[in-house]
Design a protein around this ligand. Structure first.
Ligand code: O7M
Length: 214
């Protein structure tokens, strides 16, 4: 079977439950995404703990001055993160500082979002992609539940696109893949499920079929 394209968002404040899920699904997913809820519930060392069972993407949506951005990016890199997510609306210097401090850790920039009210960002995806290209990012975050935005972004880049907005936010993994996502982010539909392993398997199968049909 080809490699999974599923990134599981573990937005839990129960560190033990998060680790339990990570250990049970770590080998069947592309990566596990860690956001502020999990880090604030424990400490940054959770990155290294989860990195033992899966690639880790640190979703810190970095959005500060270059110096602060560098400190955050370096921390994630030193803990063993495979990827790190940064905002791009703070401008070229801020995003470039993330790319420079990240070393081999891959930087994904947010250029459009999935939630209601994200128009301010989404209407500016061209400018944000321009900043991101100049900063040298590895890939993009674009919404898997706003398919016209996702496909416009796909048309403008060959880089890796990671897409949230699946399940609880109304999107479908297969539609996101067909619209141009390389990787699909899923949170609640997996970690709130009574059986996260089976839930992740079902999404892996849906993605694999969509990839075949593409
Ligand atoms: O599947 P969910 O809705 O439970 O979780 C989605 C995850 O993706 C959650 O961790 C969000 O913070 C994140 N996310 C979005 O939902 N929408 C966005 O536009 C961007 C992200 C994200 O991952 O940005 C990097």
């Amino acid at each position: 079977m080809s490699e999974s394209r599923l990134v599981v968002a573990l937005d839990l404040t129960d560190k033990d439950r998060a680790l339990e899920i990570a250990r049970s699904i770590g080998r069947q997913v592309f990566a596990i995404k860690i956001n502020w809820p999990l880090v604030l519930a424990g400490s940054g060392s959770i990155i290294g703990e989860i990195a033992r069972v899966s690639r880790v993407v640190c979703d810190f949506k970095i959005a500060d001055i270059p110096n602060t951005n560098s400190i955050i990016a370096k921390f994630a890199r030193d803990q063993g993160a495979w990827g790190i997510i940064s905002h791009s609306f703070t401008g070229l210097e801020s995003l470039r500082s993330v790319v420079e401090a990240s070393g081999d850790t891959k930087v994904f920039s947010v250029v459009a979002m999935s939630h209601p009210g994200s128009d301010l960002i989404n209407d500016n995806y061209r400018k944000l992609m321009d900043i991101s290209e100049r900063a040298g990012v590895y890939g993009y975050i674009a919404p898997g539940n706003k398919l016209s935005d996702l496909s416009e972004i796909r048309k403008r880049t060959k880089k890796t696109i990671m897409s949230p907005g699946i399940g609880s936010q109304g999107g479908r993994a297969s539609d996101a893949i067909k619209a141009g996502a390389d990787l699909v982010i899923v949170g609640r539909s997996i970690y709130e499920s009574a059986d996260p392993v089976t839930a992740a398997e079902a999404i892996n199968e849906e993605i694999a079929k969509a990839v075949e049909q593409n």
